[in-house]
Design a protein around this ligand. Structure first.
Ligand code: PEP
Length: 247
């Protein structure tokens, strides 16, 4: 990995306009050029523009939580990657397990979204992760390897792709895998990525799932963990900054 670890906040379907812009303001004012991390926030779609206005000129990057695979057209309620780029996004999360579960998104669809993101100049944050029953069945590495193989377009590199390993059972539950389990999955992702990109060592692999200030130091110190994707704890500036400063 050559770039700084990425600490990305997934605000999901939370906050209102005032709270979102206030949170963005607190973060923008706190992240300086000497930071050892790169920070990004992914607000709900309606707040991308007001948050972009607050973040303008700051070192906090803007991301979205999803995009459609098509460039434009008859897709009511959806948002294209080009639109996200147009309003100031650098990143877009694709294949989050909540979208895979709520909207039945397949690896193939996630891959198409990641390719659309790249075509629009965005960096996709491609999410993978096993369910609790898959972990209990001992199939975690197979499941995650298959998701990597199926969800990532060819030809990306460390500057154009971020991967997030998010065990589904760890999201929003307060539970996390052991550091040894995180290390094993991240090493497997790195190995599997080499079939998809010549720059597997350069791709940042984030850990996500109940990251909080109290566990960030140990999770971020694991080999092949190049940052974090943070849900609940990204909604409070103090907690999110404490996680980032654990890098
Ligand atoms: C997420 O859903 O991306 C996530 C990591 O959530 P949390 O941190 O709340 O577990």
């Amino acid at each position: 990995m050559t770039s700084r670890p990425l600490i990305a906040g997934n605000w999901k379907m939370n906050l209102n306009r005032e709270a979102a812009t206030h949170l963005a303001q607190e973060l923008a004012g706190a992240v300086g050029a000497a930071a050892a991390f790169e920070m990004a926030v992914c607000p709900p779609a309606p707040y991308l523009v007001p948050v972009a206005e607050v973040l303008g000129g700051s070192l906090v990057a803007l991301g979205a939580q999803d995009c459609h695979a098509a460039a434009s057209g008859a897709h009511t309620g959806d948002v294209s990657a080009a639109m996200l780029q147009d309003v100031g996004c650098t990143y877009v999360i694709v294949g989050h397990s909540e979208r895979r579960a709520d909207h039945g998104e397949t690896d193939e669809q996630v891959r198409a979204k990641a390719a659309a993101a790249r075509a629009a100049g965005l960096v996709p944050i491609v999410c993978v992760g096993e369910t609790e029953s898959q972990r209990d069945a001992g199939t975690t590495l197979d499941v995650v390897g298959r998701q990597i193989a199926g969800s990532i377009p060819d030809g990306l590199d460390g500057a154009t792709l971020v991967v997030a390993y998010e065990p589904v059972w760890a999201i929003g539950t307060g539970r996390t895998p052991t550091v040894d389990d995180v290390a094993a999955v991240h090493a497997h992702i790195r190995k599997t990525l080499s079939a998809r990109t010549a720059d597997a060592p350069g791709v940042r692999i984030l850990y996500g799932g109940s990251v909080k200030p109290s566990n960030a130091v140990e999770l971020l110190a694991v080999a092949n963990v190049d940052g974090a994707l943070v849900g609940g704890a990204s909604l409070k500036a103090a907690d999110f900054l404490a996680i980032a400063r654990s890098v």
